[in-house]
Structures are given as C-alpha cells and as structure tokens.
Ligand binder design. Structure first.
Ligand SMILES: [Zn+2]
Length: 488
C-alpha cells in the first residue's frame, strides 16, 4: 500500500496576503497524492506558523513519520510552504530523499536533477530575500515613527507612566524615588538582587503590575536597563523563532540574541538616573556575575586576568597544586600561575596598603581617623540617606507608615548603633596605634573574610609571565573625596 504525507502550512500574514488557504492547499495535495497512486494519506498541518523555523508541530510530526515508517510520497503545495529559509529547505529535502521518499510539489515541477536543484535553490533564496525585505520595511516604519519621537508601544516600565495622548513616557515620581533607593542599595550597600527584592517586598512597595512580591530578575533587569538613563531601544532583541520556543526541546530552544547596534532604533525618554550612575550599575552587575561564577577555593577568583591576551584566568588544580590559568588555554602562551604564589603576593600587598600610613595619608584621610572610623562614617551616611528616602516615600503616601515601620525602626537602630560606635572609636583614638592594630587583625582573618577584603579593594589583577599588576581602589569608605562630611 502506497502512503503519502501531505504537508500544509499557513502563517497569519500569508492568509491575508496570498490567499493561500489551508483547505485549498490540502485539497490540491490530496488530488495530487491520488494521481501519484497513494492509497493512504496522512495529514500534517501547521496553522499560524512562520516558515522561518524548522520547529513546527506539523512538520516535526511529518519528519518523524518519514524516519520511522515507510512513506512513499511527501506532498506539499509549494516549496515556500515547506520552509522560507534556503538552508532549511535543503535540510528537509535531503532528509526526505534519504529515507527513500519522493518529494512532490503541486505547483512546482521539482525533479531531482541538477537543474531542478538549481531552480529549487533559487526559489528558496528568493523566499528568504522577500522575508528580509519585509523586515527592512518594518524597521523603516519603526525608525520613522521613532524620529518623530513617538513610542511604538507602551514599555510598561517601572518608574514611568505612558501618556497615551502624546504617545510618550513621563516619569512617575514615586516610582522614580523607589528606583533611586534600589540603585543606592545596589551601589552603596553592594546588596544583591535577591536581597533588594526581599527588602522591597518587606517594605510593602508594589511592583509595576501591583504584585506584592518582587523577583530578583526584575531588580536585575531594572538595574541594567538603559531606559533609566533615558534610552529606549527598539528592536534590541532578535525575537525570530521565540514564539515557537515552547514546542522545542531544551537543547533546540532558540537562544535570544541581540540585534547589532545599527539594527536598533533609539527613542529618547526622560532619564531617572545619570549616565554615569547607569555605567556604575552595569560595572557592579558585571562584577557580581564574575564573582558569582568564581570558584570557591580561590582567593582571587573572578579578579585575575591574563596580561598577554586579556582573557580571564580561572582556578584549576592538578593532584599537587592549585593554579590560575588563562581561559584561552593552549592558544595563549601564559604559563600556569601557582595560586599560593599569587595569593601570598596579593595578600601581602593588601596588608601593606591597608597598613601604610602614607597611602592613607596620600588619600587625605585625616590622621585622627583610622579605617574603621571611615567605615562607620560611610555606613552612617548611607543609613541617614536611606532614612530620608523612606520618610520621603511615606510623606508622598506611596508607602504606608505601617508597612515601612519595621524598616524605619531597623534603619533608625542602625543609625543609633553606628553613632555609639563612632563615639567610642573617637574617644579611643588617642591611645590607639590604629594602623598596627589593623594589620595584626588582617593576618588572622578567615578565608571568607580575606576574600571579602580582597574583593573590596582589588579591581583586577593582571598577570604577566614574571610579574603581577594589582589594580586597586581604596573603596569609597576610605577614600576621602567620596567620604561623607564628618561631624554629621
Ligand atoms: Zn592569555
């Protein structure tokens, strides 16, 4: 018994543009299948699917059948119903032929000859070209609209309201205030995304959609979205195929990629933060992602870079020793760096930096103030800033006093505690050989604490075959120019 698969497909636009109805295609295919002498006909149909993708449920069913059962004919109305991409057409064609099945198009005389292949390829190329042309036209439309300053959609972003009359974004003052709070937790307190989300949730601040619970990914997206520095990018992501992602197995899923810069369209919107704050947020986000991927047992992990090729260097070990090695592997001549050597060198440097009166003096840290006082002062300043922001939110009626009370009390407590420690520090300071005391303390730290100290000081460590360069910044809590005015 001869068996035929008939495959038909329409996308939503096709129906409008070409009048290719599904029923039409199926009828013509059945007619053709009968002409070919098929006795059993199997229908494989995709309705509302773009021809850009291989992963369509109907096509997948057909391809599986061809592999597992004896099918004599694969019948399709037109090559562009099969696929719109040349590469895909060729893949499917090969697959069909390999399994001894005959590929038949109703309105295209396909013969498995070199001429046939050429025509077939050309048709594929043209289908692809048309698709590209449509994309171009869409982009042009978007650009034109953007040039006139209008939005093409409501981005529904926290911190902004959409003004339908003018088709533009305006700042939502209360939400913008919350955004500032988030930004300062992230930059000044080095709070992670989940911690920020928890704090927002516990303060009873609703999300844009009115939900009570904040997600860490929402916070991450907000901190890394250029919208807040006034740039709304359209066409940033390549979404082709994303719609069908749910039909794909995990390893076949379409990865979301970004369009190149010149494919994107920029719309200027009012900024909530400055470019430089945004830049700092991005840097901090990069740092967090690097450090979170770093290996637990390596003190310098996430901070070490190869001086020869600028790649990152990661921890590795053989049976005897641990090393840092360039991630370019054998493509880079950088020798393995024994971790003991590197870690001792850097740690000694860190101790020297923190104990060196000249370095501290060079930063204009007043003689009377040791590192710890600076830390306390900075924390106090942050506490007071947060207190102010909270009060501001309550006054504007955005957060109720009840909801924020717990947080307010804890901030207030912290401020009090810090004030007390500051006072005791400054009464102690006369007889305090502070730099000496500091370095003894550093020597007895646990691995985790050492890692924290190194991470707070070292920006990056660049490795050359016979020396290391440590790029360090004394953190804002020590650097005088960023230091809050004393005596507050
Ligand atoms: Zn390298």
């Amino acid at each position: 018994m001869k068996r035929a698969i008939i495959y038909a497909r329409v996308s939503t636009e096709d129906q409008a543009q070409h009048g290719y109805s599904l029923v039409d295609q199926i009828d013509k295919c059945i007619l053709r299948a009968k002409e070919e002498g098929a006795e059993k006909i199997i229908h494989c149909v995709d309705e509302g699917f773009s021809g850009d993708l291989l992963a369509r449920p109907g096509l997948t069913k057909a391809r599986n059948l061809i592999k597992t059962a004896t099918i004599n004919f694969f019948i399709c109305f037109d090559p562009d119903r099969l696929a719109r991409k040349l590469a895909h057409q060729l893949i499917i064609t090969d697959e069909i032929e390999k399994h001894g099945c005959k590929l038949v198009f109703v309105n295209f005389n396909w013969q498995n000859t070199s001429e046939g292949r050429l025509f077939y390829s050309l048709r594929g190329a043209i289908a692809e070209f048309e698709k590209e042309k449509i994309r171009e036209r869409t982009m042009r439309g978007l650009r034109q609209k953007a040039l006139q300053g209008g939005l093409t959609h409501n981005p529904d972003a926290y911190g902004y309201d959409y003004n339908q009359a003018t088709n533009s974004l305006i700042i939502n003052e209360r939400e913008a205030e919350v955004y500032h709070l988030i930004s300062s937790w992230f930059l000044d307190e080095s709070l992670g995304y989940s911690a920020i989300a928890r704090r927002l949730t516990s303060m009873g601040i609703p999300t844009k959609r009115g939900a009570k619970r904040w997600a860490a990914t929402t916070v991450l997206r907000m901190l890394s979205n250029p919208l807040y520095k006034g740039e709304l990018w359209l066409q940033r992501y390549d979404t082709v195929g994303k719609k069908n992602n749910k039909y794909l197995s995990p390893d076949e899923k379409v990865k979301v990629t970004e369009h190149p810069k010149d494919h994107r369209v920029l719309i200027k919107v009012p900024a909530i933060i400055t470019s430089s704050t945004f830049h700092k947020q991005l840097q901090q986000a990069k740092r967090i992602s690097r450090l979170s991927k770093s290996r637990a047992n390596y003190l310098l992990s996430g901070l070490v870079f190869c001086g020869l090729c600028e790649s990152a260097m990661t921890g590795t070990r053989n049976s005897h020793n641990a090393y840092y090695r360039c991630t370019k592997g054998k493509h880079c001549p950088q020798p393995y760096l024994p971790s003991k050597v590197a870690e001792n060198a850097i740690w000694n440097e860190v101790i020297a930096m923190l104990s060196n009166k000249q370095i501290l003096d060079g930063l204009n840290v007043s003689d009377a103030e040791c590192y710890e006082v600076q830390v306390l002062r900075r924390q106090l300043y942050e506490g007071e800033k947060e207190y102010e922001r909270l009060i501001n939110l309550i006054q504007r009626g955005y957060v109720s006093l009840d909801d924020a009370e717990e947080r307010l009390t804890s901030v207030k407590d912290r401020i009090n505690r810090l004030n007390i420690s500051l006072q005791s520090q400054s009464t102690k300071k006369e007889q305090d050989p502070k730099t000496f005391q500091l370095s003894t303390k550093l020597k007895s730290l646990s691995f985790k604490s050492k890692q924290r100290v190194v991470r707070s000081l070292a920006e990056r460590i660049v490795v050359f075959p016979d020396y290391l360069v440590l790029y360090a910044s004394i953190p804002p809590l020590v650097a005088a120019n960023n230091c809050p005015p004393s005596g507050t």
